[in-house]
Design a protein. Sequence first.
Length: 259
Amino acid sequence: MDNYYEYLEIDMNASQDDISSAIESRQSQENAEQAKLREIKSILLNETAKKIYDEKLIHSILNKGKQRQSISLDNAKSIFNLDNSAIHDKYIWLATALFVFGIISGLVFSLTVNYTINVLVMIAIVILFYMDWKLLEAHGKATFSKWWMLFSPVYIAKRCKALGKGKKLLAVWLAIWVLCAAGNFIFNSGTALLEQSACGVVTDIYRNQLHQYSKTCKNVTITHSQGRQHYGFAELNDGSTTDISVNETPNGQIYVRLE
């Protein structure tokens, strides 16, 4: 159904004068569409005809929205195609994708946001493992306790043993765990060095810029990072703390600012 309001570049709340002005403007621009403009004029400038047209237009817009929603749901079902009439690995692969997403989120979001995301991810992974275990149970292959789903590598290993296949899945999960552990070790090592360097800079700021010679930094804690920009707090020798930001430059130097 044609939307005459869009054609005239006005909204449905336009007054009769606004409609007339829009039609006149179109008539002066598009002589080739005079028949369509006459039809619009006969409908929108007639109160009864306009009311009927508005109701049909709203109904048409709502139906299009429902059709798009239905298509989206059908597309999602066709993408995952979760047919449980036979054993498949799709629940496990979905859990794997979520696990990788949880790891990546730690590199992008702040500590608080990342904590929330990872809690949701772990809940979703447990749910997917449970759905996979129920699938195995339905086909008589759940030869191990469902509670192993709380320990993902063990669950994958026992699943592979029960099915006599799927070692590729186990290899992927073990590789992810190893990479995650190595990444955490490297990150924590780098963070520890950054915190140590930043603590020295904080002491220099108090002594050389603020001339507060009695204050020194005991410890710096980085709470979250955004790329090369880090945020945290410094603990001073008098027991107080101050918020700081640390910026790493490409040449390896750091700039510390007291917040």
